[in-house]
Design a protein around this ligand. Structure first.
Ligand SMILES: C[S@@+](CC[C@H](N)C(=O)[O-])C[C@H]1O[C@@H](n2cnc3c(N)ncnc32)[C@H](O)[C@@H]1O
Length: 308
């Protein structure tokens, strides 16, 4: 009995189970569908591996097409859900607490210890990115300079944690420094109602973020194409950095933020390896009860400046 005789029936049964499970086609059953899609992805990878090993066989190629068509069927249900939620957001009926509750109902609670992929993404990311990032990501982008970090999205659970922990006030302006495709600035605005801005050096990402914002009818979210070392950050009260750059570049931007903090108090939220460098800034105080860690959200505040 060959490898194929063992593996083929198991893969076929698993794919068929997804095709024939009516609960997976109910729009609201997002979490179960996300898990089914993960499992289909695994099956498709496995079949691709077998095709490489065994060479093209009609049976395997048919199985591959079968798995792909079941995946497409489930993705269509997600796309309909995302379109509906985008319409609700654009009409203003799904923001703030309503959106937070919809996200929790669909993706389940965001727990730091929840089931995540190696990179730290989970069903919550599939949901939030599916709603907010309407188009395929741009592929033709400039090569980043040394010390600049390429685009990678902040896990959605980190953004939700930030919204819960930071005391946002109605007049605050939030900046995502190195805003990529824009979902952090969009989500923070949707959940808090405050004005948000993203500063991003890559023109294609900035253009993308603007398109998504326009589609959602959000006039209080703005994306600025430029270098955070030179762009205007002066109105910001709360800044978020998911390690957009490192070393000297980070030092230069932190110095610019220190200058802003001489005019009004600012708060910094960080995630990723930049956190340790931010924690060394003497003009900032960590508000963490525990020592800061790169893989957790970290919050810092500058001193209250005179006049406040
Ligand atoms: C790790 S990604 C974070 C993206 C976004 N904040 C998010 O969480 O989805 C870093 C982003 O910073 C941008 N970036 C790097 N250097 C920059 C600079 N000097 N000024 C503005 N953006 C920069 C990159 O193009 C990239 O999109």
């Amino acid at each position: 009995m060959g490898l194929l005789d063992n593996v083929f029936p198991a893969l076929h049964t698993s794919i068929q189970a997804k095709e024939n499970d009516p609960t997976l086609y109910a729009e609201e059953n997002f979490r179960a569908r996300a898990s089914a899609l993960d499992s289909l992805e695994f099956a498709i990878d496995r079949i691709a591996g077998l095709l490489l090993r065994e060479g093209e066989t009609g049976v395997l190629t048919d199985l591959q097409h079968y798995a792909e068509s079941v995946r497409t069927g489930l993705e269509k249900v997600d796309e309909a859900l995302f379109r509906r939620l985008r319409r609700e957001i654009a009409s203003g009926t799904c923001t703030g607490g309503t959106l937070r509750q919809r996200i929790a109902d669909l993706a389940g609670p965001a727990t730091p210890g929840g089931v995540q992929s190696e990179e730290g993404y989970d069903a919550l990311d599939a949901l939030v990115n599916g709603i907010l990032l309407e188009y395929p990501a741009p592929e033709n982008v400039d090569q980043p300079e040394p010390e600049m970090i390429f685009y990678q999205p902040t896990p959605a659970r980190i953004v939700l944690e930030m919204v819960e922990r930071v005391d946002f006030r109605p007049d605050d302006i939030f900046y995502d420094i190195g805003s990529g495709l824009g979902q952090v600035a969009i989500l923070v605005h949707l959940l808090t109602g405050i004005r948000t801005r993203g500063v991003e050096i890559e023109p294609a990402y900035t253009e993308y973020a603007r398109r998504c914002t326009e589609g959602l009818n959000l006039s209080a979210v703005q994306f600025i194409n430029g270098d955070a070392r030179t762009g205007d950050l002066g109105e910001g009260r709360i800044f978020f950095l998911y390690t957009p750059f490192t070393g000297q570049m980070l030092e230069q931007v932190l110095e610019r933020l220190r200058q802003v903090s001489t005019r009004h108090r600012i708060r910094l939220c960080t995630f990723g390896p930049c956190t340790s460098q931010v924690a060394q800034q003497r003009w900032l105080t960590s508000v963490e009860p525990n020592p800061v860690q790169a893989n957790r959200l970290a919050l810092f505040t500058s001193a209250i400046s005179c006049g406040e």
